[in-house]
Each structure stands twice: as C-alpha cells, then as structure tokens.
Ligand binder design. Structure first.
Ligand SMILES: [Zn+2]
Length: 285
C-alpha cells in the first residue's frame, strides 16, 4: 500500500504529540541517490522543472536531510548526504489517466532502455507529471484524494515517488506551485529515505510515516550560510605567566596585504518543505 500525501481531504486527526516511529527491520536509503524525471512535452518550457532540479540539488545536502540522521540504524545504515544523480526529461505526452501500474511500467521501461540509470540500494526515482494528468491509486484519485505518494515495485527493485502537478485546487495549498510542489516532494523524499520498502520507520499505532504525522505543517529552509574568510595577519603581543604557570597573552592581529574578499550572502534560495517527525525531539521539526 503506497503512502500518500493527502493534502486535500481532511485526514483523521492524530495527535502528533503521541507519535513514535518504530524501525521494522527493512532497508533505508542511507545516502540517497535521487533521480528526477519529468514526463510530458510541457516540461520543456516549464520553469518548474529547473526549480525542482535545483531543489533536488539542495535537498541532498540540506539540513532537512541532516534531520533524518536520528533514524540511522546501528551497523550499516547511517543516513547521510546523498546525490542528485540524474535528471531526465521525457518529451512524449503521458495519457490523461494513469494507474500506478502504468507508472511502474514507465519507469521499468526507461531503465531497460538505458535512459534512466539502473537502481542501486540508494536510488529513488521521483516522477513529476504535467498538469491535467490524473493518477488513480487503489481507488484514490490525484488532486482529489492525494497530491503525491511513494512506493516500491513488487520485486523490490524500484523505489519511486510520484508527484502530480500541484496546481490543482486540492494540492495548491501553498503560495504558489513551486512551494506546493516542494512541500509534497520533501514529504515523500523523507519517507522514501526512512521507509523505502514500507518496512522501515513508521508509527505502529497509525501506520503513519515520518511525513504523515506532520502533514501539512511546513517551514522554510535554505542553504546554511558559509562565511568563508581568509587572509593574512601579523600577530604581536606579550604573554605573562603567573605563579601557577597559567599564561595570559595580550595579542593584536593586524591584517596584512589585501583584505579577504567579501563573503557571499549567508543565505541562498529559500525553500518551503514539510516538517518531519523527530522521535528525539518528540515534535514536528
Ligand atoms: Zn506520507
């Protein structure tokens, strides 16, 4: 049963305060290898494609991914940074209505013909569909019942995320389509990393995964500021030692030569992401 980002119909109220993710023994995506795929001719000119790829570049070394480290499993599965390994634009147009099985077939075919990198134990394929395409999933319908989901093929080979275009009324819950899209995408990414085969981390009482508990709470994050600065200094001063041998120094640093360049602004592009459940903090963070 794929896990869906609902986003539309009110879901049953669960107290996040009582949530607890439990590990069920399955694999995690320890160093996620993220592959983005855009299916449909409209993506050629849609700036959202570039924006989502920039978000993918950002996510794989972001503070949001760092948050997931608490769900590392002792031994071999330490959750750390990943890579945005590939982006693929498929300019054929998908049918207006798709079933989950159709999307599995599409991914399987793209891997078989070599246009998509083959999966390894860290790969997740994130498939973005154009506006007006409806996905049917176990009787549920995109935009009406869900905005995105993650799942795995029955053979366990292909871990994937599906995100229908988040401009429809049921999914346009943020200020613009980019913010709605990254909210859904981040929710599914964090779940795909911590529960790729649906036997990783989830709440035994509700079945909820890391993102479900906190839906639809969002926050804004950006690239951590790096105030790199370098330069040469002359050091002058005197030191004194007291009876106990503690040395007190009085030093002066005088810049030498050219001043260091002005550091870049501490913040870059900001992104709207969904908050995720933290067992350690007992809260959505
Ligand atoms: Zn979810």
């Amino acid at each position: 049963m794929p896990h869906v980002f609902v986003g539309t119909t009110p879901r049953k109220k669960v107290s996040a305060a009582g949530a607890q993710l439990t590990y069920h023994g399955g694999p995690l995506l320890a160093n996620v290898k993220l592959i983005t795929i855009y299916w449909g001719s409209v993506w050629v000119a849609d700036p959202l494609r570039t924006q989502l790829d920039e978000f993918a570049d950002f996510f794989v070394s972001s503070s949001l991914l760092d948050q997931l480290a608490e769900y590392s499993v002792a031994g071999s599965q330490t959750i750390g940074h990943g890579t945005h390994a590939q982006t693929l634009l498929v300019t054929s147009d998908p049918p207006a209505n798709l079933a989950d099985a159709d999307l599995q077939s599409f991914l399987t075919q793209q891997i078989a013909n070599g246009t998509l990198e083959a999966p390894d134990g860290n790969t997740v394929y994130a498939l973005f569909l154009p506006a007006g395409v409806t996905v049917l999933l176990n009787g549920a319908q995109s935009c009406r019942d869900f905005c995105g989901y993650h799942s795995v093929t029955p053979d366990g080979q292909i871990v994937y995320i599906v995100d229908t275009y988040d401009d429809c009324a049921g999914c346009a819950f943020a200020a613009n389509v980019l913010d709605s899209s990254t909210a859904v995408f981040s929710h599914e990414l964090c779940e795909a990393i911590t529960d790729p085969h649906l036997d990783g981390w989830f709440d035994d009482n509700t079945g909820f995964e890391i993102g479900d508990i906190c839906e639809p709470q969002t926050k804004v994050i950006n690239m951590a500021g790096t105030l790199a600065s370098s330069g040469s200094y002359a050091i002058t001063g005197t030191g004194t030692a007291d009876a106990a041998g503690t040395i007190t120094a009085n030093l002066t640093l005088t810049p030498q030569g050219a001043p260091p360049p002005t550091p870049p602004p501490p913040t870059g592009q900001s992104w709207v992401v969904q908050k995720e459940w933290s067992n350690a903090e007992g809260a959505c963070v």
